[in-house]
Design a protein around this ligand. Structure first.
Ligand code: S3P
Length: 452
């Protein structure tokens, strides 16, 4: 079994570039594949999750080539050259497509495959086979797709026979960027104008990136319209650093008293950075420097001639040594910090008072049941946690102690527990830590460098 031992950090100092953004990397590959002609994806995340999207698109006949390139400040980056096949150029896959651990791959692909007149089967690993798919199946069926799935049409494997779709107006019952994007992608194939309404704002990378490929998307608050009948065209996409990966080091820096960290080139799209608001309210010392916009392709104007909204990027400076106070996190903020839940729980153990997180039942449906997983493991370290169906409350401040911990093969639980171990008394052992390779290969190298 792969495991790691971590003991209390005496120092936490330095600067680094986090890995490229996982959500944007998935989208860049998938959107390029259904566009006509060549696309170039710069600073692509080469990790297990995103390679799943690359391999899936290859099974659908897309030609994708990797090359190493030298990016800003002489950093080695991965570049993808994708020869897109256009909306209707994908080939029927010869075999079952294995989406492994990736919810983004399976949900986004189900939207695309619904519009393609061939048969395909999508499956995944043990974790993905437990994650609900009816949230995409129901709207896609309303649009006219034939989709069946295991467990009462809810769990992978999914069998899709795509065909002619019609536009729908769909009010999403849960705030999910994966579901929203699946419907938007199906909308590109549908006759008419597809409308999607979110209950709360979720990450909006698809809305920002699809127009670079020529898609007509309009957004007004929670209301999104997608026009069909246009061929997408290949373009160039630059992927900024992943805020969700940086998040573990932001919290570590805040919790370790003698720390000072600069995290460079991080995507700070406001639909992703709910953690910053939370930590600032808790009293943390965080400053965003050098805020700039990275345009996927700076020469692009949107279809209505308004300026294309790129992805904001910044360097994040954080310093420890301040006392933290508890806060309440409510349902409407959850989508803005959805992937940061485990690491927020670690921060809450060090905040004075009771931190409550409610309206977060979606966290039970991630790569693991993250509410149960983080409660159980932090309790082993001495944390005082009360679990609810839709969240938890954590009473701080607690002196954590080293323990034997389980990551449930969930990358974000493995990384959150690694940070908890840095502030605990004694040594912790964490099992199944190779799951960090899902989103953050090199996580432990950066951790060692900052603590050395
Ligand atoms: C993602 C959306 C979120 C997030 C996941 C990536 C995306 O999931 O948790 O890690 O890339 O769209 P949901 O849309 O299911 O909340």
């Amino acid at each position: 079994m792969d495991r790691i031992e971590i003991c209390r950090a005496k120092k936490f100092k330095g600067e680094f570039f986090p890995p490229p953004d996982k959500s944007i990397s998935h989208r860049a590959v998938i959107f390029s594949s259904i566009s006509k002609g060549k696309s170039l994806v710069k600073n692509f995340l080469k990790a297990e999750d995103t390679m799943t999207s690359v391999n899936s698109m290859k099974m659908l006949g897309v030609d994708i080539v990797h090359r190493r390139s030298t990016g800003k400040k002489n950093r080695r980056e991965t570049e993808l050259i994708i020869n897109g096949r256009g909306l209707y150029g994908l080939k029927e896959p010869f075999d079952i497509i294995d989406c492994r651990n990736s919810g983004t791959t399976i949900r986004l692909l189900s939207g695309i495959l619904s519009g393609n007149a061939f048969f395909s089967i999508l499956t995944g690993d043990e974790s993905l086979k437990k994650r609900p798919m009816s949230r995409v199946i129901l709207p896609l069926r309303q649009m006219g797709a034939e989709i069946m799935a295991r467990g009462g049409d809810n769990y992978p494997p999914l069998a899709v026979r795509g065909g002619r779709l019609k536009a729908i107006k769909y009010s999403m019952p849960v705030a999910s960027a994966q579901v929203k994007t699946a419907i938007m992608l199906a909308g590109l194939y549908a006759v008419g104008e597809t409308e999607v309404i979110e209950p709360f704002k979720s990450r909006d990378h698809s809305e920002r990136i699809l127009p670079c490929f020529g898609a007509h998307i309009s957004v007004e608050g929670l209301y999104i319209k997608i026009r069909s009948g246009l061929e997408l065209k290949g373009t160039e996409v630059y992927v900024p650093g992943d805020f969700s990966s940086a998040a573990f080091f932001i919290v570590a820096a805040i919790l370790i008293p003698d720390s000072e960290v600069l995290i460079k080139n991080v995507g700070v799209n406001p639909t992703r950075t709910g953690l910053l608001e939370v930590l600032k309210q808790m009293g943390a010392n965080i400053v965003l420097n050098n805020i700039r916009d990275i345009y996927a392709n700076s020469s692009i104007l949107t279809h209505d001639n308004s300026l294309f909204i790129g992805e904001p990027v910044a360097d994040i400076y954080c310093k420890g040594g301040r006392d933290l106070k508890s806060i309440n996190i409510m349902r409407e903020s959850i989508p803005l910090l959805i992937d940061e839940f485990p690491i927020i729980c670690v921060a809450a153990t060090q905040a004075e008072g009771i931190t409550t997180i409610r309206g977060a039942e979606e966290l039970r449906l991630k790569e693991s049941d993250r509410i149960s997983a983080i409660s159980k493991e932090l309790r082993k370290m001495g944390a005082e946690i009360e679990e609810f169906e839709d969240g938890l409350s954590i009473k701080g401040k607690t002196e954590l102690k080293g323990a034997s911990l389980e990551s449930y093969k969930d990358h974000r639980i493995a990384m959150a527990l690694s940070i908890a171990s840095l502030i605990a008394d004694g040594t912790s052992t964490i099992n199944n830590v190779s799951s960090v390779n899902i989103s953050f290969p090199g996580f432990f190298d950066i951790l060692s460098k900052l603590t050395a």
